[in-house]
Ligand binder design. Structure first.
Ligand SMILES: [Zn+2]
Length: 307
C-alpha cells in the first residue's frame, strides 16, 4: 500500500492506494492554521494509518501548494499557505515518517495522478491545468514529471496572456491565472452586468446555464485567454494531451468552445491537431493519488540505484 497527502488552502486530502493507484481509503480534514498544528495532525494521521491497515504502507508522497526546491529540499514559497515559506519540511517529517517519503508541488502530483490513473493514462506527454481560485499546472514528459532544473517548472498559470491585465500575486500582471480563474469570472460578470453583486463563479455558471448574456460573456472572455494559454503549451511542448480540471471546469460548456477556437488560431496547425484537449477525470483525488504513486516510483528507483 502507498499513502498520499494533498495539502490545500482549506482542506487536507489524503488516502491509501494500491500499486495500480486504486483508492483503498480516502479522507479529508480541514487544513490546520499553522505548521506546528499541521505536523501534529500529520503525525497523528500517520500513526492511525499504520495501525489500522492490514498491509504495510511502503512509501508516502506529499503534494504541497507552492514552490518546493528539489535542490535544497525545502519549500521556498507557498502563497496559499505562507506558514510553509522557507520551512524545512523534510527533516520535520523524518521525525515520524519511518518509510521513504517525498514532497512535490501539488499540481505536479495531480498531473502525475491523471497520467497514471485518470484521463492521461499512458500519454506520451501531457499538461494538466487545474482552474479554480488559481491556476495550477503540471507537466508530464515521457512518463516523468518535468520539474525543471530546480523543481520550479510548470508554472503556466503565470504565463502572461494579457499584458494589460490585472495584477497577479506573483508580481506580474495579466497572468493566465488572473485572467481565467474563478475570481476573474466573477469580475467579468460584474462588468458585463454592470452590477457589484458579490456572487461566486458557480453562481455565474448557473446564470450562464439560464442563458443570461452577461454570464456567458464572462466565461467567453475567460475562455479566450485560456485558449492563449493552451496555444502556448501546444507550441512549446507539442503535448499529446492537455487536461483541464478544477471547479471552474464545471462550466466547461461555456469555457471550452472559445478556448479551443483561440488555441486553434494561435498555435501551429499540426501541433494543435495532434493534441487532445480533454477534461481531467480524477477530480479532488488526483493530488493524493499522484503523490502516493510518485513516492512509490521514487522509492523503487532509489532502491534499484542503491542496490
Ligand atoms: Zn502571476
Amino acid at each position: 500500500m502507498y499513502a498520499g497527502f494533498d495539502l490545500g488552502g482549506t482542506a487536507l486530502k489524503f488516502g491509501v492506494v494500491d500499486g495500480a493507484g486504486k483508492v483503498r481509503k480516502e479522507f479529508q480534514v480541514s487544513t490546520p492554521e499553522n505548521v506546528e498544528k499541521l505536523l501534529q495532525l500529520l503525525e497523528e494521521i500517520w500513526g492511525t494509518l499504520k495501525n489500522n491497515l492490514q498491509q504495510k504502507i511502503r512509501s508516502v508522497g506529499f503534494g504541497i501548494p507552492g514552490i518546493f526546491c528539489s535542490k535544497e529540499q525545502k519549500i521556498l514559497q507557498s502563497p496559499n499557505y505562507p506558514d510553509l515559506d522557507n520551512f524545512a519540511l523534510v527533516p520535520a517529517l523524518s521525525r515520524f515518517i519511518d518509510v521513504p517519503f517525498c514532497i512535490n508541488n501539488d499540481a505536479n502530483m495531480a498531473a502525475y495522478g491523471e497520467y497514471r490513473c485518470g484521463a492521461g493514462q499512458n500519454a506520451h506527454s501531457l499538461v494538466l491545468l487545474t482552474i479554480g481560485t488559481g491556476v495550477g499546472t503540471g507537466i508530464i514528459l515521457n512518463g516523468d514529471i518535468w520539474e525543471g532544473a530546480c523543481g520550479f517548472a510548470g508554472e503556466l498559470g503565470h504565463a502572461v496572456v494579457n499584458p494589460k491585465g490585472d495584477p497577479c500575486k506573483c508580481g506580474s500582471r495579466g497572468c493566465l491565472e488572473t485572467e481565467v480563474s474563478a475570481p476573474k469570472i466573477v469580475k467579468n460578470y460584474q462588468a458585463y452586468s454592470k452590477s457589484q453583486q458579490n456572487i461566486t463563479a458557480e453562481e455565474v455558471s448557473r446564470r450562464a446555464k439560464n442563458n443570461e448574456k452577461a454570464a456567458r460573456q464572462a466565461f467567453a472572455d475567460a475562455g479566450r485567454y485560456l485558449g492563449l494559454g493552451l496555444a502556448l503549451a501546444i507550441n512549446l511542448l507539442n503535448p499529446e494531451k492537455i487536461l483541464l480540471g478544477g471547479g471552474v471546469m464545471n462550466a466547461s460548456e461555456f469555457l471550452f468552445p472559445p478556448a479551443i477556437d483561440e488555441a486553434a488560431n494561435r498555435s501551429f496547425k499540426g501541433s494543435f491537431q495532434c493534441c487532445s484537449i480533454e477534461r481531467a477525470t480524477l477530480g479532488n483525488n488526483a493530488g493524493f493519488i499522484g503523490a502516493a504513486l510518485w513516492a512509490r516510483r521514487r522509492a523503487q528507483v532509489h532502491s534499484i540505484s542503491t542496490g
